[in-house]
Design a protein around this ligand. Sequence first.
Ligand code: ADE
Length: 233
Amino acid sequence: MKINVLTLFPDMFTPLTTSMLGRGLDDGKWQLNLVNFRDFTSDVHHHVDDSPYGGGAGMVLQIMPIKKALDSLKNKGKVIITAPQGKTFNQKMAQDWSQAENLTFICGHYEGFDQRVYDLADEIVSIGDYVLTGGELPTMSMIDATVRLIPGILGNDASPVEESFAHGLLEYPQYTRPENFQGMKVPAVLTSGNHQKIAQWRHKEALRATYLSRPDLLEQYALSKEEEKMMTE
Ligand code: ADE
């Protein structure tokens, strides 16, 4: 997969070149193409923004350099603008995007884009109901969530299958050594060696964690009769 990012701050993306995603880049499992759209301005001062028509405070990012930067790309794939007014990003979107050959993100700053820039996008996506100073951190979050689902990026291919949201529930609790830490014990079922009982316990704990922390997720999750029984036990 090749991901293009149109940004005024390409240096902000160095975190993506470390850890698992960095190894994936080195191994050629994905590519990151950072494009500074300031390079596509034609005036001597390289302006990318101007004051809003109709008056008002702040500046608005202009369409011209962004459109030229987009046109310079060979393969854009889906064009995504990160902005607080977009629909909220989720695991399902990360799963869909992880199948793509190309993705292009456009990162905004200041008071936002000229409305005609939004019209260039296939999707406007937010990371939550709060406002950041720019689209770089949201874009990095979305790239991380997406790229880690590309086969071979995580050490263990099976791990994304078990994690939170993968089946519409939060993940069950995990434990590792020691079995007893200052009186805080690992649930006995996990050391019982009974795999069926362990699977049942994990499923029940996933349901419980979801019910306690994110009951909204259960509204979209079709509980089976058996699961309903588990919840009331
Ligand atoms: N840019 C500024 N705030 C944002 C948010 N919450 N999500 C996506 N992009 C943003």
